[in-house]
Design a protein around this ligand. Sequence first.
Ligand code: SF4
Length: 168
Amino acid sequence: MERSKKIVFVSHCLLNQNAMAVGKEKSPGAVKDLIELLTQSGVGIVQLSCPQIDFNGGLGRKPKGKPQYDNKDYRSSCRKLSKSVLEQVEKYLRADYSVLGILGVEFTPTCAVHQLENGTRNTPGKGIFIEELEDEMRKKNFQVPIVGANLNNILATMEKIQALLRYA
Ligand code: SF4
């Protein structure tokens, strides 16, 4: 068997919606269509840790906005996690694997890539972990595409993932 040598890093809750803040889950377990698309394409899937479970609120937490998470301790924990994620990315790159991208989750205060939920409105913005991850990438002077999964629009998200897979 030949390995694909293609890897994608995914936010924890795309494989496990049980990690979401209570009431925000969109499926009982994995986000099936997205994960099926990835598994069928033969890429290896690395599940990231969930910053909110690990550092702020744990399981059973109520939904909160970005301002309620945005404090020094949480940022520093997200920065440490970003560094360790990028070390893993670099290991794969050094070993001549392709890291196709990192999948975040739109409308969440920690893992949003382009859009935040702001009360009853959606506004442009990034989650705290994604901000720290991009910052660490800038410092290391390398870039891996970060794509936001929109769980309210799975078809559009699948198109974005297909584009990543096409350019692999
Ligand atoms: S979006 Fe990020 S912080 Fe929120 S549940 Fe998913 S992995 Fe955890």
